[in-house]
Design a protein around this ligand. Structure first.
Ligand code: NAP
Ligand code: MG
Length: 483
């Protein structure tokens, strides 16, 4: 077994107690490799090593932290073609999206390299005589990072980079569906001059190694991105040890298309938001809320656009929609298509699995019309190349519909009216709002997160990340004569 499929613990590449096969969803005959599954004893070793390493890192001059993060980011950017290809092979997103994800991951590292040098505290005078106050942020300690398969590198990196920047140790449990990208990133990090155990990779299933990590009293903070059910479970495990926790979970994002919308913008944003990343984005537009006066024209063009999208092998030139990532996801998608039909939705295009040159989990972009917001398909996350159109009679009804969900990650409006756009921006109950833009597609230097069941805990990304990855200390210093 070469090192490029092992776990990385205490500065060493170590085999696990078993292995799993990593299959290319664009071509089920292609095995990308076999990957190590971490044992419980490796987790114990990792926790002890992290504890030692973190103490060293917290006392290491900021220049070393800055240099390490900058080097990792620069290498990711330089190798985005190669590593994006690997990511596209194992996850199934088109090559351009895979490359884009690695490039963006590099930018997260270079951004947080710069944040390393912006760690400045506050001072205050006391309300009492001769006392000064110093307020500073300290690292939290050992951070466990648990990431999903849909953005295997980016979701992990937007946690790993700030965790390291603010002086923490990291134990990373990636999704078992995407181990190759995890090993590739770890290999880059492993070549930096970091204390042994500061950054560690433990691959394995969520139910086993993930669960043990979450329950460990040695872990000081957990940052998780994934489904609501797992997030809720993690939060209740965390409370036993009062472990700090941050959860980014599911969503049910809506794009509202108003009667005064620019129709070209509306169609482009709906296609991008609904079918980009094969619809497997937490920011995907799975509900398209359309004003009745523009409904028929919009639907016709939306369906024409969806039918024209090229569904094929992630690495084939011209592919716009890759396969869905796994057999389980495909099954779930087909069940949701059946559900939409049984609830009364009208299938306009797509609707099933399709074959291509290589056997893979291919599905055409699927659009339903005549759906109501209270349909189960409009209340539960789909995570599929599938969108449901909901017709409304007014802007007020559109806003109510957009907000009628347990989730609240992103929302969008397509309108030419400044006053409507402003009203929507203030009244949409989501963490991110998009005006004349797709619901998906966010920047790396500003906060990201949602409301309701989409997020729990402090925001991720940008300088806001420090609220999670640091803990505040208030010191009082008596500077007068001894009393
Ligand atoms: P998932 O099934 O919840 O898994 C996420 C991670 O948690 C994986 O690494 C998984 O491991 C692990 N896990 C599972 N059970 C666990 C347990 N009991 N204890 C600890 N860890 C456990 O989610 P997914 O299917 O990978 O990803 C899709 C979901 O992620 C969607 O709901 C999507 O909306 C959400 N997502 C949200 C955002 C956001 O920022 N809001 C971004 C991207 C994705 P294994 O899979 O290896 O078993
Ligand atoms: Mg899963």
């Amino acid at each position: 077994m070469s090192d490029l499929n092992k776990n990385y613990v205490a500065g060493e590449w170590v085999a696990g107690d078993s292995e799993i096969e990593n299959i290319n969803p664009s071509n089920l005959k292609e095995v990308i490799g076999n990957y190590a599954q971490a044992s419980q004893s490796q987790l114990d070793t990792a926790l002890n090593a992290a504890s030692e390493a973190q103490k060293i890192w917290a006392n290491t001059g900021l220049e070393s932290r800055y240099s390490a993060l900058m080097a990792i980011g620069t290498e990711l950017i330089a190798r985005s073609e190669e590593l994006g290809t690997l990511l596209a092979r194992e996850e199934g997103k088109p090559l351009a999206e895979g490359k884009g994800e690695i490039y963006r991951s590099g930018q997260f590292f270079t951004y947080y390299a710069a944040e390393v040098l912006r760690q400045i505290g506050e001072t205050a005078d006391s309300v009492r005589d001769d006392i000064e106050i110093d307020v500073r942020r300290e690292p939290v300690g050992i951070v466990a990072i648990i990431s999903p398969w849909n953005f295997p590198t980016a979701t992990a990196v937007w946690k790993i980079a700030p965790a390291l920047a603010f002086g923490n140790a990291v134990i990373w449990k990636p999704a078992n569906l995407v181990p190759a990208s995890a090993v590739a990133l770890t290999e880059i990090i492993s070549r930096q001059n970091l204390p042994k155990g500061l950054f560690q990779l433990l691959m394995g299933s969520g139910g086993k190694i993930g669960q043990s990590l979450v329950e460990s009293p040695m872990v000081d903070a957990i940052s998780f991105t994934g489904s609501v059910d797992v997030g809720r479970h993690i939060a209740s495990s965390c409370i036993q040890n009062f472990t700090r926790v941050q959860l980014e979970m599911g969503s049910k994002n809506a794009l509202a298309i108003m009667d005064d919308a620019n129709i070209d913008t509306a169609v482009a944003c709906a296609l991008n938001g609904a079918f980009g990343g094969t619809g497997q984005k937490c920011t995907a537009s799975s509900r398209v809320v359309v004003h009745e006066s523009i409904h028929d024209e919009f639907v016709e063009r939306f369906v024409t656009g969806a039918k024209a999208m090229v569904v094929d092998h992630a690495l084939k030139e011209g592919t716009q929609v890759g396969p869905v990532s796994s057999a389980e996801q495909l099954d779930e998608n087909l069940k949701n298509i059946a559900l939409a039909k049984s609830e009364g939705g009208e299938l306009m295009c797509g609707g099933g699995r399709v074959e291509r040159e290589h056997e893979g989990y291919y599905m055409e972009p699927t659009i339903f019309t005549n759906t109501q917001n209270n349909f189960e398909v409009n209340q539960e996350e789909l995570f599929a190349p599938m969108a449901c159109v909901i017709k409304v009679g007014s802007y007020e009804e559109a806003l109510t519909t957009v907000n009628d969900t347990r989730f609240g990650l992103t929302s969008g409006i397509i309108t030419e009216s400044l006053s409507r756009a402003s009203h929507f921006r203030r009244n949409a109950k989501t963490g991110c709002v998009m005006v004349n833009l797709p619901t998906a597609g966010t920047d790396y230097h500003v906060p990201f997160g949602g409301r309701g069941e989409s997020s729990y805990g402090p925001r991720e990304q940008g300088s806001y990340a420090k609220d999670f990855y640091t803990i505040v200390k208030t010191s009082y210093i008596h500077s007068g004569e001894p009393s």
